[in-house]
Design a protein around this ligand. Structure first.
Ligand SMILES: Cc1cc2nc3c(=O)[nH]c(=O)nc-3n(C[C@H](O)[C@H](O)[C@H](O)COP(=O)(O)OP(=O)(O)OC[C@H]3O[C@@H](n4cnc5c(N)ncnc54)[C@H](O)[C@@H]3O)c2cc1C
Length: 377
C-alpha cells in the first residue's frame, strides 16, 4: 500500500474533511486518517446550528465567510441535500437578567456588522406564534439557520472520495515524528507509518495528545455535551430558537422532529482520550424543562432519542489554526469549542490555505496556539 501523500489530514470531521476538499481542489494528493468511523466525532453529533450572530473576531469573520459565501452553495458543490436553510433565529428572554444578556449579544453582533434586532415579546410571537406569552424580548437574527450535521459530514466524505482523496478508517494516530526538523511521519496504534510534506491535525480533543508527541502543549478541556430529539410533530416553526441563558437551542427538522442542544451546567469535563461519549440523563430533563417554558406546545411531546458528543474547548472558546513554528509542516486546526459545525466549511478553507502557505481569506493570526502565554501570538 502507498503510505505517502502531499498532505495527511488526521480526523474526518467537518474540519478535516473540508480541509481535504479544498486541498484536493488544488490538486493535492490527500490522505485522511480516521480512528473510528467517518465523522464519528462532534461533527455528526452536534445540534446543527449555523449561526452568524453572537460571535467574536476572528470567529465572526469565519462565520461570515461560511454563512454568506459557502453554506448557500455547499449542497450544490457536494451534490447533496444538506437541509441547510437560513430562516433566521430568535434568542429569547423572559427575565430582566436575560434581557440584559440580549443587550450584550446585540452589541457583540453589531460590532462586526451582523444584522440583528432587539424586538419585544409581541413582535417575537408575530414572527413565531408558538412562543409562550412569558417571552418578553428576543434578539432576531435573520441570517441564522441550521443544516443536517450527519448528512453534511458524509457529503464531504463522498465528494472527497470522488475527487481522489483517500480515507483510511480504524487508524488511531498516536504520534508525529520529525525528519530533518520538519513534521514528516504519522504513526498509528497498529504501528503503521504514513508520510507527507504537510500534516493537518484536526482530531478534536485528541489533537492535544498528538501535538504533545512533538512537544506542543495545548490548553484544552474536553466537555461532554448532549442533544435530544423529539417525536415528529406537525410543522410549528421554521426558526432556530434559543434562550439568552443558553439552556436550550434548536429547531424543527424537515421530518417534524425537534432537535435541542444547550447548556445545563451539568456537563462533564473529562481528560481521557479513548472513551466514547456517553449520555447522562441529567442534561436531557433540564433541557425539556427549559423548552416547555418557552414553547408550551411541546410540553407533552415525547423525547425519542438522545446522544452525547465531545467539545474540544479552549479557555477563550476560539479555535487554534496555525502551522506551528517549532514543528514546520504540522498544521493544527482544532479547539472549535462547540462552534465548529457552522464555521467548519470556512475553517477547512483557511486550514487548506495555511497548509499550502497561501494568504488566508480571513486574518487568523490571533488563533495561534501560544496565545494563552504572556508573550502571546
Ligand atoms: C452535542 C453537541 C452540540 C453541538 N452543537 C453545535 C451547533 O449547534 N453548531 C455548531 O457550529 N457546532 C456545534 N457543536 C460543535 C461542533 O460539532 C464541533 O465544533 C465540530 O464538529 C468540530 O469538528 P472537528 O472536525 O474539529 O472535530 P470532530 O468532528 O470531533 O472530528 C475529529 C475526528 O478526529 C477523529 N480522531 C480523534 N482522534 C484521532 C486519532 N488519534 N487518529 C485519527 N483520528 C482521530 C475522531 O474520531 C473524529 O472523527 C456541537 C457539539 C456537540 C458535541
Amino acid at each position: 500500500m502507498n503510505n505517502t501523500a502531499d498532505v495527511i489530514v488526521i480526523g474526518s470531521g467537518i474540519v478535516g474533511s473540508s480541509t481535504a476538499y479544498y486541498l484536493a481542489q488544488k490538486g493535492q494528493k490527500v490522505l485522511v486518517l480516521e480512528r473510528d468511523n467517518i465523522g464519528d466525532g462532534a461533527s455528526s453529533r452536534n445540534g446543527a446550528g449555523v449561526r452568524l450572530s453572537s460571535r467574536v473576531f476572528p470567529e465572526s469573520a469565519l462565520a461570515e465567510e461560511a454563512i454568506k459565501h459557502i453554506w448557500p452553495v455547499l449542497g450544490e458543490e457536494l451534490d447533496a441535500d444538506l437541509e441547510y436553510t437560513a430562516p433566521g433565529s430568535l434568542c429569547l428572554a423572559q427575565t430582566e437578567t436575560q434581557m440584559r444578556a440580549l443587550q450584550g449579544s446585540l452589541k457583540k453582533s453589531k460590532a462586526y456588522g451582523a444584522e440583528v434586532h432587539l424586538i419585544d415579546g409581541d413582535e417575537a410571537r408575530k414572527i413565531c406564534p408558538c412562543l409562550s406569552d412569558k417571552v418578553n424580548q428576543a434578539l432576531w437574527c435573520p441570517e441564522d439557520g441550521y443544516a443536517n450535521p450527519m448528512v453534511t459530514t458524509l457529503a464531504y466524505y463522498r465528494k472527497n472520495r470522488q475527487m481522489g482523496v483517500r480515507y483510511i478508517t480504524g487508524e488511531d494516530v498516536r504520534c508525529i515524528k520529525k525528519y530533518r526538523g520538519r513534521a514528516r511521519k504519522v504513526i498509528t496504534a497498529e504501528g503503521n507509518v504514513y508520510e507527507a510534506d504537510k500534516i493537518v491535525v484536526a482530531a478534536g480533543f485528541n489533537s492535544k495528545r498528538i501535538a504533545e508527541t512533538v512537544g506542543i502543549w495545548l490548553p484544552f478541556l474536553k466537555r461532554v455535551d448532549e442533544c435530544i430529539v423529539t417525536e415528529a410533530v406537525a410543522p410549528l416553526t421554521k426558526f432556530r430558537l434559543s434562550t439568552a441563558d443558553g439552556n436550550f437551542y434548536g429547531h424543527q427538522t424537515k421530518h417534524g422532529s425537534f432537535i435541542f442542544g444547550g447548556n445545563t451546567n451539568l456537563e462533564r469535563y473529562e481528560s481521557t482520550y479513548d472513551q466514547r461519549p456517553r449520555n447522562t440523563n441529567k442534561q436531557s430533563s433540564d433541557k425539556c424543562r427549559a423548552v416547555s417554558k418557552y414553547i408550551p406546545a411541546l410540553r407533552d411531546v415525547k423525547v425519542i432519542r438522545q446522544w452525547a458528543g465531545w467539545l474540544d474547548s479552549t479557555v477563550d472558546r476560539l479555535p487554534i489554526i496555525q502551522e506551528i513554528p517549532e514543528v514546520p509542516g504540522m498544521i493544527l486546526s482544532c479547539g472549535y469549542s462547540g462552534h465548529g459545525f457552522a464555521i467548519g466549511p470556512a475553517a477547512g478553507k483557511v486550514t487548506s490555505q495555511v497548509a499550502l502557505g497561501e494568504e488566508t481569506i480571513v486574518d487568523i493570526s490571533s488563533l495561534c496556539y501560544n496565545r494563552f502565554k504572556p508573550s502571546g501570538c
